[in-house]
Design a protein around this ligand. Sequence first.
Ligand code: AMP
Length: 206
Amino acid sequence: MKLVMLGKPLCGKGTQAALLAKKLHIPHIAIGDLLRKEIAKKSSLGKRAAAFVVHGKLVPDTIILSFLKNKITGKKSFILDGFPRTIEQAGALEKICALDLVVEVDCSQALIRKRLASRLVCSGCGAVYGLHMQAKKKNVCNACKGVLVQRKDDTLAALKVRMASYSKQTKPLLAYYKRKGLFFQVSGEEKISLVQKKILKKIISL
Ligand code: AMP
């Protein structure tokens, strides 16, 4: 199963991708998470990507494509979260492998704003907190007791850039994958478990 998850920032695609990967026992390749790790490590790729990520801009393909290719080449199954984000990236992906399904998790602008105001990420284990799950102790992870922090690009200014990039560069992918008969849309405004159920039902029907 080769699956791509698409959606606006904070639509819940990362949450759904992680749950699906666990359920199906296949790798979850979240390009944003991988980039943030490279940035934290201060690797050469991390250093080149940092300014783009912090400001919510897409990292140029010259930096990201070979990195991505290394992560998926030879894998029989994966859930790709955050890639492709442009028609050019979709073309590059097609040269590497054929996809089985592309899921768009849809969400309104109003809910995205609410989620932005409440999202925190554990600096230890990466668990995501927000409207759906609160920390029992302020800024402390329920699971690993790590410190909860805000993602550097979870600011109103960066969200504006990320939304603009989604509308201009990523949204055309919806029609692109519809034409290929690979597209499935699900509302990301319902309970996490219900969204997950709907995606799983679609996968089973393939
Ligand atoms: P995400 O965690 O998916 O919200 O991604 C965080 C940031 O990583 C984005 O705002 C971009 O700066 C960068 N990024 C993630 N995926 C891509 C991609 N496919 N192409 C270029 N940049 C990306």
